[in-house]
Structure formats: C-alpha cells, structure tokens
Design a protein around this ligand. Structure first.
Ligand code: XUL
Ligand code: CO
Length: 443
C-alpha cells in the first residue's frame, strides 16, 4: 500500500462508552445487531470525497490552511491518483463502508469535454482498482455542475442549450461510472439551479429545462439498467438566493409535475433543512410521509451564521428524533449517512479529520440506538396513537372513505350535538421521556 498521511493510523475500533482512547468508537459498534441487522447496515456511513480530500480550508476571507500533500504529486492525473491512495487509507482508518464523490473530486477537469471525460475514465479505472484491495463501496456518485465558470448561470437551467448538453454528457458519464463502481444511488444537487435576479430570468423556461433534464436522467438510468436510486438533494439558498429545489415539499411537487415521484427520492441534508427554516427531522418526516425518503447528508449549520457551514454534527436531540423517523420509514438502505461535513480551517491535521468522523459516527449511532429503544419501549407510540384514536371509529373512517360529504357531516354533527373538548398534547411529558432515554446509560 502506498504511504499516505493516514497510513500510520490504526483502524478505529469500537471500544465502548468507557474507553479513554479518543480515537475509538464509543457507540458505533458496526456489528451490533439492532432490529435484526448490524448497525453498519442501518447507518451505511460514507466519507464525502470533496470535504475530506479536496477542501483546503479556504473561506471568503483567507486562503488554504489544510495541507493536502497529493496536490504536490506531479501532473493532474498523478495528483488525483495520490489523492485516491490517501482517500482509501482514510476509509480504512475510519472503517466506513462507503464513500461518495463528484466527478471533479476524483478527476481533474480539462479544457475540452473530451479531455475532461478522458481524465474521468482514467480515474474511474483507478478507483475500480483501489476498490479491489479495500472493502469500501460507493454510496453515490454525482456531477459537479456548479464550480466551473461555464455553470455560472446554471446547469440544466442555463439559458445556453450548449451548457445543457455539456451537463447531459457529464451526467451520462457519471451515471455509467456509478453503475460500474457498484454505486447504490446517484445524486443531483442543483448547485446553481436558481437565479440571481428575476429581471433576467425566464423562470417557466428554466423549470421546463430542469424537468426535462431529470426525466432524461431517469430514462438513461433505465436504458443502462442501473438499479440504484436517483436522488435529488434540496437546498433553499447558497450559492444563489433563490434555489429551485428549496426543500423536500418543493422538490416533491416538482417531481409530481414531471411524473417522476415514483422514480426519484430525496437526499436530505441537515444544514439545508436549517437554511430552509426547517429542522432536519421535519424534512425527514415530510419525505417519509410522501414515501420519498432516500438518503441523508449528515452535518450541522450554525444558526448564528446562516451559512452552509457544513460542520460535523453534535446535536443528539435533533438526531435522535431524526432517527425515530428514519426507523419508522423503514430505514435508509439503499441510502445511507454521508458525512457532507468539513473540519474547521484551524483543524488542519489528519488527526483532526479522524476525530471529526469518529464523533459524527458516534453521535449518529447513539441517536439510532436511542431511537430504536424509544420505539421498542412503545410509550411514545402509544401516546401518539391514543391522540388519534378517535379516527378509528366507523363514523370517522367514513369521512376518509368518501362516504360522508360536507353537508352530511354537518347533519351528523348537529344530530349528535357534538361538543369537542380540549385534550392535552402531553408535549412536556413526551419531551421528558425522550430526554431520559437520551441520557440513559442503558442503551
Ligand atoms: C452542497 C452540497 C453538495 C451535495 C452534492 O451544499 O450539499 O455537496 O451534497 O453535490
Ligand atoms: Co450535501
């Protein structure tokens, strides 16, 4: 194995909550069986190539702070190969079952489309080779259709059809590569699918383009027999102030409009939820209620900053409620938990990156275990089902089955002389139940 900045680290192991070793898992015991499946198959953790291997700590006020030695490794392909060598060593250290990439993360762009695709194919070959000697698999691939200046006015929503065609060619190749590498999903995040000013924007035209593009992606998926899920990742703003894929509800109505709701699911990101004025659990519950939950991008934002800070998660309360909804929705597989998160720019050592993932994995594992316990305990479910118990009566069921109209219901209400009484929502009681389980050492 080539020597990389991660090679000297031992593979992080589960040592339990009492361990003093900072680079061990306290809650993430990959082989612990919960609800008939090992934790690793429920959570399906992935490393995000872009944040962990590419991002160098720049922000709008300062340049790179994080050394990435592979960027000094020679020509662009040699650099990309050195980066891949380090990536697979990082996956080995974390013992994560999955990783995710954008085309531009794994292969250097070039001046022409043909050369860019040639570089991409060279690197997909290389990743395929690496995957033969490491156990980490591909959770999803995606295309970066937002960084290069050609995408400044959007990708599929660009006023220039040649940009649309460039995007079509790129996504076709990314889908082929995702299939070849055994990917479980393919993601589309509409980086610049939005607008800067309405004054130069034909919104109707742009949404038609976006719908046609997604339809073509789904058609191609079937043409090549890719069995993975197609996922759209909502985000309300940043880079543009108005992104078309605002949140789960907006994306779902877009999918309905283009008859894609049975073909495409959602990849929900914690901080994107926050930027939309929601919580992570709200977005997960919304997707679950629409049968559209696909996969999760795990991170957190900073409500005081309001930027997409992509920090590693540490909010057990929100993550536990999120996991309750994930379990109730039947789990994530073939989706997973991708750490779309980056270390802070002062955290420039390889060890910082490992601490970040260890903490994130432990948080998700602890949240998942707590959520499973709460569901198994049954008290929360009972409170909720008692709350809606009235709907089980035959009169109430008749409302649902269309057997009662508005005027019939008026007659029924008057005949019965109904007089509904307030009932407690029991919120504090439920919150106590949750807090006690979150802080319980019986997990
Ligand atoms: C951007 C973001 C992306 C997508 C993939 O905020 O989350 O990294 O996850 O393009
Ligand atoms: Co994301």
């Amino acid at each position: 194995m080539p020597d990389t900045i991660f090679s000297s680290f031992k593979t992080v192991a589960y040592e339990g909550p009492a361990s003093e070793n900072p680079l061990s898992y306290r809650w993430y015991d990959p082989d612990r069986v919960v609800n008939g499946k090992p934790l690793k198959d429920h959570l399906r953790f992935a490393v995000a190539y872009w944040h962990s291997l590419n991002m160098q700590g720049s922000d709008p006020f300062g340049g790179p702070t994080i050394p990435r030695p592979w960027f000094n490794a020679g020509d662009p392909i040699a650099q990309a190969k050195a980066k891949a060598n380090a990536a697979f060593e990082l996956f080995r250290v974390l013992d994560f079952p999955f990783f995710c990439w954008h085309d531009a993360d794994i292969a250097p762009p070039a001046d022409t489309l043909a050369e860019t695709l040639k570089n991409f194919h060279t690197m997909v070959d290389y990743l395929e080779e690496k995957m033969r000697s490491y156990s980490t698999r591909l959770l999803w691939g995606t295309a970066n259709l937002f960084s290069h200046p050609r995408f400044m006015a959007g990708a599929s929503t660009n006023p220039d059809p040649e940009v649309f065609a460039w995007c079509a060619a790129t996504v076709k190749n990314c889908l082929d590569a995702t299939k070849r590498l055994g990917g479980s999903n393919y993601v589309l995040w509409g980086g610049r699918e939005g607008y800067e000013t309405l004054l130069n924007t034909d919104m109707k035209q742009e949404l038609e383009q976006m719908g046609r593009f997604l339809t073509m992606v789904v058609e191609y998926k079937h043409k090549i027999g890719f069995k993975g899920q197609i996922l759209v990742e909502p985000k309300p703003k940043e880079p543009t102030a108005h992104q078309y894929d605002f949140d789960v509800a907006t994306v779902y109505s877009f999918l309905k409009r283009f008859n894609l709701e049975n073909e495409v699911k959602l990849n929900i990101e914690a901080n994107h939820a926050l930027l939309a004025g929601h919580t992570f659990e709200h977005e997960i519950a919304t997707a679950a209620s629409l049968n559209a939950l696909g996969s999760l991008d795990i991170n957190r934002g900073d409500p005081l900053l309001g930027w997409d800070t992509d920090q590693f998660p540490n909010d057990l309360w929100s993550m536990t409620i999120s996991m309750i909804h994930v379990i109730k929705a039947g789990g994530l597989n073939p989706g997973g938990c991708n750490f779309d998160a980056k270390v802070r720019r002062q955290s420039f050592t390889p060890e910082d990156l490992i601490h970040a993932h260890v903490g994130g994995a432990d948080l998700c594992a602890r949240a998942f275990l707590t959520a499973a316990k709460i569901i198994e305990d049954g008290r929360l479910d009972k409170i909720v089902s008692d709350r809606y118990a009235g709907w089980k009566s035959s009169d109430a069921q008749a409302i649902f089955s269309g057997k009662k109209s508005l005027d019939e219901l008026e007659k029924w209400a008057l005949d019965k002389n109904i007089n509904p009484q307030p009932r407690s929502g029991r919120q504090e009681e439920i919150e106590n139940l949750l807090v006690r389980q979150i802080y319980s050492d019986k997990i």
